[in-house]
Ligand binder design. Sequence first.
Ligand SMILES: *Cc1c(COP(=O)(O)O)cnc(C)c1O
Length: 396
Amino acid sequence: MDGQPEALVDLDAIQANVAALRGHVGGAAVMAVVKADGYGHGMIPSARAAVAGGASWLGVLHLADAVALRRAGLDVPVLSLHGSPDAAHAEAIAHDVDLTAGSPELISQIAAAAVEAGKPARVHLEADTGMSRGGAIRAAWPALLDAALAAEAAGHVRVVGVWSHFACADMPGHPTIGTQIDDFRSAVRLAEQAGARLEVRHMANGPATLTLPDSHFDLVRPGGAAFGLCTLPGGAPDWLRPAMTIRARLIQVKRVPAGTAVSYAHRYTALGETTLGVLALGYNEGIPRHATNQAGLFFTRGRRVPVAGTVNLNHVVLDLGGEQAEAGDEVVIFGPGDHGEPTAQEWAEALGTISYEIVTRFTGKVPRTYSGVTAVRDTAVHALDGRTDGKVAAAH
Ligand SMILES: *Cc1c(COP(=O)(O)O)cnc(C)c1O
């Protein structure tokens, strides 16, 4: 073991989280949002685990991701949540990917792509009810409906959904929550009055899925919650299990005398004689540089230990104190918290960010190992893809 850090992804946790979310929402369907490479957990294995847990839809942003899900054999409805001009619309339509449109211009581009693909595009219209990111604001909604329904009449699109997105669903009691739900209802009503025959109306992200039953409509779109994470104050409820563990092994351990100053700029000085442990991961691998001198975010031999000084590009030095330690000892950066290790939520709170930012920092920098029932199948798929990023740990 060379100290190389690794990300362990617990696919059973993802599957169980989605099953629990499904139970939580009762009648609504669950779209697992697996954007950002499955919030850093690996898009395809995460999507498989989510589908095994009962997700009947998948959500991504980029069309290339949607097509990658299809190529991996995932055949549930997939929605691209980016309503953006994209040369790949025709390919996505050919792969039965549902598209988002928030403007008449995009409807015409999608209609043209549908002609190229030789079949109608399934389109979800995005209503901007207060997020002010994608979608059509109330004043622009009638024109979007006209364009979409004209394209439907011409046989180029099928308007199958209307959706919106909360700005403040993770701020319980925020006054915009109710107004966004009201505005969404009126956008849906206008669409139906104009003749849209909708399959699904949806607006709930993970926080809304957890706390706002009025927002569930036909379909909920949790992302982080599927991975055991949430941006609500305090993080996810304890019936959701964090799916990612980041760990590494100490590459060197040494005893140093009192007064030893440590790492760049000597931001840390050992007060007494102590033991320093070196880890081969730093901000390049995903450790925020703001973890410099933080106490209690690294876990080894059953206890929390402080960072000694500045987090480097590829290294962190830990102050292990007087306890027994040796090179090769495992250090857990975060995990589900079962053994006293910090969680990504705890990291986020310590560093003034959200857990999503903590877990996604390690994407592409730290090799992932998958465990869980869907892992064996995933590895086979990766091998077929020529993508062997995932190895299987303890498939059971
Ligand atoms: C990211 C995203 C979600 C999921 O958000 P979470 O907070 O991770 O649950 C849902 N819908 C849209 C449009 C998104 O962009």
